[in-house]
Design a protein around this ligand. Structure first.
Ligand SMILES: [Zn+2]
Length: 437
């Protein structure tokens, strides 16, 4: 499994799943959500694989583009954006939009928001006909949802800014990152060529708003406080990873030109070598990093990926096992990788452990389709065809491919004991119309 991968949950939104990035962004968001009184609401963070800068909320989720993480030079800049979005969430802003989102297809709306880059570019060029072109992606109710989003009230923005300042103050953090980010958006010069960020469209940044924000931000005794060094390093490593996978920022080596021998630059280089070069060379690079940070679970995870590419699934399984043991967040993704590597060894004796690990991952993350695919393969190797077909049905179900899901569920059900939990699950899939989004 590529570490950075698009979930097939929706065909329009490439969702990134990566244990390391999810853990870091969760560490950014958790104290802020708590300070906002949202700690118990189970707000989920969803990473969107898109190079433009964007962040938005839908009532129970905060969506953040990988482009936001790439463009932010410090953790504090991302934390500021999360604080502002939390302000919208806590203030129950955009109630109408959220209702629209629930009624319309959430994912279609997000796909449209991603398409808004084109709209923004047209608007920047002062060409209203071009400005309308991005709206071509919109259909029916989703277009109304977009209009609601765009009718964001200036008052709501100011309120969200003030809330954000409060959350940052309560958590002993500076609002400088938020100010830096918004100033960048307020500056028309940041719109170069056809590149325009949807965030700027949904968050109007008049000078007056920036001036108010700056006054408030500077009143804090934390204004000049820097992010902890260890957090900055994790941030740099995350950017190196995204750069390696997406080619954004000209790759990790260019991103960290000032410190080419630093851990982040070498991590990005190891990942690039894994993706584009020889597994042997990549292994040497990751092993050097493991020597420096032996307790880093994501280095072990990357080692496992490299070994899988080298067709050494037995050693890959050992690396993933170590990653699971070291992972403080108990990520479902690393457990699924461990289970997958065990499955790929092809040895019958490893299959019960493979199934155990895959099921443990799925239990934490039941809507991630790939886990079911590996589970189906493991059951297939055991000769358990009914379970293999049921897992295949689940994989299609969570990929949004209901027709295929029903076919496999029907096949599985013929072999399952009537009334058993597996039989009932197959029946649920057969009866289903469309997956939850
Ligand atoms: Zn806002």
């Amino acid at each position: 499994m590529p570490t950075l991968q698009a979930s097939a949950q929706s065909r329009s939104v490439p969702i990134v799943r990566d244990a390391e990035i999810e853990a870091l962004v969760s560490d950014y968001a958790t104290p802020i959500l708590k300070a906002a009184g949202l700690g118990s609401r189970g707000i989920r963070i969803v990473l969107v694989n898109n190079n433009s800068f964007n962040a938005f909320v839908d009532g129970r989720r905060i969506f953040i583009n990988t482009g936001t993480l790439m463009q932010a030079e410090t953790p504090n800049e991302v934390i500021g954006v999360i604080a502002h979005e939390s302000g919208h969430l806590a203030g129950a802003h955009q109630q109408r939009l959220r209702e629209q989102l629930r009624r319309a297809q959430t994912m279609a709306v997000i796909g449209m928001l991603l398409g808004m880059g084109a709209t923004a570019a047209g608007a920047a060029a002062g060409n209203s006909s071009v400005a309308g072109a991005g709206g071509g992606l919109a259909l029916g109710g989703t277009e109304m949802a977009m209009r609601n989003l765009l009718s964001y009230q200036r008052g709501e923005e100011m309120t969200a800014d003030r809330s954000a300042i409060t959350y940052l103050e309560r958590t002993g953090q500076s609002a400088k990152g938020m100010l830096t980010t918004f100033e960048r958006f307020a500056n028309a010069l940041s719109l170069t060529g056809t590149r325009a960020d949807p965030y700027r469209i949904s968050h109007p940044m008049p000078r007056e708003r920036i001036a108010n924000l700056e006054t408030l931000a500077r009143q804090s005794r934390y204004f000049d406080k820097k992010d902890p060094e260890a957090l900055q390093l994790r941030h740099d490593m995350m950017r190196a990873k995204i750069a390696a996978y997406t080619g954004a920022g000209g790759g990790a080596m260019r991103l960290f030109r000032n410190n080419p021998r630093g851990i982040a630059a070498r991590y990005g280089d190891a990942i690039s070598t894994y993706l584009n070069g020889s597994p042997k060379a990549a292994l040497a690079k990751i092993d050097a990093l493991i020597k420096e940070q032996p307790k880093n679970p994501y280095f072990q995870e990357m080692r496992g990926e490299i070994l899988l590419k080298a067709n050494d699934s037995a050693d890959a399984a050992k690396a993933f096992e170590r990653a699971v043991a070291l992972d403080p967040k108990k990520s479902s993704l690393i457990r699924m990788s461990y289970g997958r590597a065990l499955m790929l060894t092809g040895s019958k004796g490893s299959m019960p452990a493979a199934i155990r690990e895959l099921k443990a991952g799925i239990a934490r993350d039941p809507e991630f389709p790939a886990g079911y695919g590996y589970l189906a393969q493991a059951y297939g190797q055991m000769g358990d065809i009914a379970e293999a077909e049921l897992a295949t049905a689940d994989m299609h179900y969570y990929s949004g491919n209901i027709q295929e899901a029903r076919i496999f569920a029907t096949r599985a059900q013929q072999k399952l004991k009537r009334g058993s939990p597996e039989w009932i699950r197959a029946q649920d899939i057969i009866n289903s119309k469309k997956p939850r989004s």
